[in-house]
Each structure stands twice: as C-alpha cells, then as structure tokens.
Write a protein that binds this ligand. Structure first.
Ligand code: ZN
Ligand code: ZN
Length: 284
C-alpha cells in the first residue's frame, strides 16, 4: 500500500509558509510515497516540486486548489493553472482539458469556502463530469472547525466517489497530518485507485501537537501496515491554530525566518509565524 498527502501548500500560496524543498524533505522523512502540491490558484509550486522530486525520492503530482465560484476544488495531475472564479462545472471541464482529475477540498466545511453537497451532487449527475470529480476529502487535518470532518465523512459515504485524507498543510509540520492510503506506490497507481474508488483516508495527527515529528511518522507507519489502520477521529487538532516559534525545529536543522503579519489573515491565531528552510545535502 502507498501513502499520499494530496493537499499541501507552499509559499506560492498567499497563506503558505513552507518552501518547496522543505515540503519535499519533510514528505520524504515521513515516508510518503506521493504528494500533491496544491497552492491556491497557482501551479508553480507543483511544477517546481515535480522537478526537484527525484532527489528526495518522493513522487509529486502537480496540482492547484482552485477557487471555483462554488468553493475550493483540488485539481490534480495538471501542468497549467486554471483560472479562479469559474463555475464548478466549467472548472471541471478545464481540469479535463488538462488531462487531470479533481477532488472536492474540505466539502461542506464551515468558514472555508467549501463546495456544498448540492454542488458536488449536481456535478456528479453529469456522467462526463463524474469521470473528472473522482473524490472528496473525507478527512482534512487543517479545518477551522474539526467537526466538519464528521460532516464530510457522512457525505462521502453517500457519494460514488473516492474518499481522500489530506493535511491541507500550510506549515511544514502539518504535512502528513492527513493522508490517503492506496493500493500500489506510484502516482499512477494512486490515480487508478482514485478512479476505482479504492482509497482510504488516514490520520497522521499526533498528540500532543508539541511533538509532531515522531508521532506523525509512527501514525503513518501504522497506517501503511494496513492492519492497524487508524481511521481519522474527531477531537482536538493541532490545526492551523497551533503556534510555531522560530528557531531550530524537530531535529531537521530547519531554520525559521519570521514573516511579517499577513493582512489577509485574521484572526491573529491563523497568522503564520515563519517560513521554514530545511537544508538538504547537495542542494542549495
Ligand atoms: Zn481550501
Ligand atoms: Zn488548502
């Protein structure tokens, strides 16, 4: 079985805090086989990560979290950006034109510009769009309201789509906090699993959140073992609200560069504190 985190932001997102190399390094350390870089209405982070990926031993799916007129949609396996603000139907057609597939990000989640169950069902009623909208996030580790995961799981159970787990990481220590288990190991295996509805969401969240590095790797290892697969559970989440202080972190040798306040982000607890740069041998 393979493990993928299909929803990761980098500094190419207006609210991202983690550069591409740091994402790849962290994903490799966690043993993730595949990651998707899904910056808001951007593709550059995904393309940069795809170029660098072989050095890290992680396969990258270039993607984008597209702000459709009806809510956020993960466009995966694309090489070009998709304009924001289009209808869900038109956005899905653009994804199809680019040879990609799509997953509904944090469906029905409160406060997060999410697709409604009605919008998702309307799209799935079109056979040609149903071939593109292959999954929904039944577990998103970055929710503002963690109870929205229960809503998403209940929704996913009623839809003929793959169930995906994602971190929605905007900070490097959140990578892998949600993941998707799939038969095989490669990005192509994952795509087949999505289209065949054979994926399973898992949680890599660790408690307490002060020790994410070890706990998350253990949780993901357990998930890969299959027998001890942890279903995501409701409860307290480190989420985006947890605080990162600058300086050395987690034994990765990461250095944190403080960021100025982001005027687009309120309340204050959502303000990213720093950009992380993780040194990698042989790579500047
Ligand atoms: Zn989103
Ligand atoms: Zn996101």
């Amino acid at each position: 079985m393979g493990l993928a985190d299909l929803h990761i932001h980098t500094i190419y997102s207006w609210d991202g805090t983690c550069d591409v190399k740091a994402v790849l390094k962290r994903a490799a350390e966690l043993g993730l086989d595949v990651i998707a870089i899904t910056d808001h209405n951007e593709i550059r982070g995904g393309l940069e990560a795809q170029d660098l990926a072989p050095v890290y031993g992680v396969e990258v799916i270039p993607g984008s979290e597209v702000s459709t007129a009806e809510g956020h949609l993960l466009a995966l396996f694309i090489q070009h950006p998709i304009p924001k603000g289009l209808s869900l139907e038109e956005t899905l057609r653009r994804v199809a034109d680019l040879g990609g597939c799509a997953v509904a990000a944090h469906p029905a989640a409160r406060g997060m510009n999410s697709l409604t169950p009605e919008a998702i069902r309307r799209a799935l009623a079109h056979p040609d769009l149903a071939r593109i909208l292959v999954g929904v996030e039944a577990f998103n580790a970055g929710l503002l309201h963690t109870r929205s995961n229960s809503t998403a799981q209940a929704l996913a159970d009623t839809l003929p789509v793959a169930r995906v787990g994602s971190s929605d990481a905007h900070m490097f220590w959140m990578i892998g906090a949600g993941a998707t288990l799939f038969p095989g190991r490669s990005a192509q295996d994952l795509r087949q699993a999505l289209e065949a509805r054979q994926t399973q969401p898992v949680s890599g969240q660790s408690f307490p959140p002060a020790e994410p590095a070890d706990g998350m790797a253990d949780a993901l290892r357990a998930a890969r073992g299959g027998l001890d697969c942890r279903e995501p559970r409701a409860g307290p989440s480190p989420g985006l609200g947890a605080v990162i202080e600058g300086g050395e972190y987690g034994g990765l040798g990461a250095t944190a560069k403080p960021l100025p306040p982001n005027p687009f982000l309120s309340p204050p607890h959502l303000q990213p504190r720093a950009t992380f740069h993780v040194p990698v041998p042989g790579i500047r």
